[in-house]
Ligand binder design. Structure first.
Ligand code: 9W1
Length: 425
């Protein structure tokens, strides 16, 4: 890899010449993130984050750029790094550096560089931390504990991060309050169902260009992500089959019009398989043994362990890349099986992650949590705090407004009826 970088007093990115391209992508995302843009207008007038220094560690994407520039517009100073070595979009990082944001991020960095970038963002002694995976919070606690005293609070974007922070809080080890952005309904529900649903189908289509109508589309795991994939595949005319280990989830799949069967049966009839379980070894050798010629297999669940590719490699007599993100395995009897994105997350590797419209609500939660911490972080316990239900309704309400949808409002008489316990029902 080329070791050329663009560096300045307070940034390090791959190539500053990409800034114009990056700005175009940010403009595109802005036009599709109306909630964040409405919050930008409101809070830039109020300077709600004036005096705050925010260190952020989150995927450097066009959507994150809209969040960063909204935080800045509200008066905060920013220092940013990427939270995943492969998710950084170098052109977006360049555009942010060119706009005067302190940013340390480039695609393909190694672990040592990753921590170097985090440490650079901590140099200005942040008052707030914004995390995706809790690396900033852990870096403060484990390597720079002296910084905790002046940190008012932090936020965390992911399920895994929130889980670990709750464990930390339970041990009394958490040194400042953290808001669990993940647990907002306008975050996880929409990310998992609509974000993963669309982007996974997008990844499958980009990698294969197959017709989904009339195909047997097997979804392993009917949780939120699986249900989102099933919803979209169904909408494109596929016959959806779900596999499950949990009775209530399987029942939902059936009542949503899908079939349910064990993977041992589904393997024989499926045309396209997608795993969304969070468990390893969901599709293994005995399933590949009975699959139809031309079957397509991919994953949108937990990293790359849901499909056992070692089994497939051992069975295959040949393997070649036939399209971008599409590998053909030929078995001894001549059947061909196609694996997308080497079993890694197909929505990230073969498509572009969640659409901007979905990230709009996740990041509106991040933004409003930063504003809340700036205002009342000093009064919050050193614990993991939930997003208030009113914030979910506020964000969903702005989103609806931007979609020209309005709600009905209960009349006083209806409200009284709701609370009336004097008469029977
Ligand atoms: N997050 N802006 C890859 C994304 C990696 C990634 C990851 C997203 C966004 C799931 C966040 C190749 C964006 C991100 C584009 C991309 C995520 C991991 C977003 C979806 C989550 C481990 N997790 N996400 N857009 N990479 O879409 O910030 O394209």
């Amino acid at each position: 890899m080329s070791e050329k970088f663009s560096t300045g007093a307070d940034y390090k990115v791959r190539n500053l010449d990409l800034a114009a391209q990056g700005r175009m992508k940010i403009d595109w995302a802005e036009s599709r993130m109306p909630v964040l843009m409405a919050l930008r207008e409101e809070h830039s007038a109020r300077r709600s984050l004036k005096g705050m220094r925010i260190a952020g560690c989150l995927h450097v994407t066009k959507e994150t750029a809209v969040l960063i520039e909204t935080l800045k517009a509200a008066g905060a100073e920013i220092s940013w790094s990427g939270c995943n070595p492969l998710s950084t979009q170098d052109e977006v990082a360049a555009a942010l550096a060119a706009a005067g944001i302190s940013i340390y991020a480039w695609h393909g960095m190694n672990t040592e560089e990753f921590y170097w970038c985090i440490d650079k963002t901590l140099e200005f002694k942040p008052t707030l931390t914004l995390d995706d995976g809790a690396d900033l919070i852990f870096s403060v606690h484990n390597r720079h504990p002296e910084l905790a005293a002046t940190i008012v609070g932090g936020t965390e974007e992911t399920t895994t991060g929130v889980h670990r922070l709750r464990a930390m809080a339970a041990d009394g080890a958490l040194k400042y309050p953290v808001i669990a952005v993940n647990d907002a309904e306008t975050k996880w529900d929409f990310d998992n169902v609509y974000g993963t649903g669309q982007s996974s189908l997008d990844g499958i289509l980009r990698a294969t260009s197959v017709l989904l109508a009339g195909k047997n589309f097997v979804v392993a795991g009917y949780g939120h992500c699986g249900a989102g994939c099933a919803l979209r595949a169904d909408g494109m005319g596929a016959n959806v089959i779900a596999t499950e280990i949990k009775a209530t989830a399987a029942l939902k799949a059936i009542l949503n019009g899908h079939r349910v069967m064990p993977m041992d049966e589904a393997a024989r009839v499926g045309d396209v398989f997608i795993t969304a379980t969070g468990m390893k070894d969901v599709i293994v050798g005995r399933h590949f043994e009975v699959m139809k010629d031309g079957a397509i297999v991919c994953n949108t669940g937990h990293y790359d362990c849901e499909i056992n590719l070692d089994d497939l490699e051992a069975m295959a007599s040949g393997k070649r890349t036939v399209r971008t993100n599409c590998e053909e395995y030929t078995l001894a009897d001549g059947r061909r099986i196609y694996v997308l994105a080497q079993g890694r997350l197909v929505n990230l590797a073969a498509a572009e992650g969640h659409p901007s419209e979905v990230m709009d609500m996740s990041f509106a939660n991040q933004f409003l949590s930063m504003v809340r911490l700036a205002r009342e972080g000093r009064d919050l316990e050193n614990a993991v705090h939930d997003i208030p239900e009113t914030q979910d309704q506020h964000i969903a309400g702005i989103k609806l407004q931007t979609m020209n949808a309005s709600l009905d409002v209960l009349t006083p008489a209806q409200l009284a009826y709701l609370n009336d316990y004097s008469a029977g029902t």
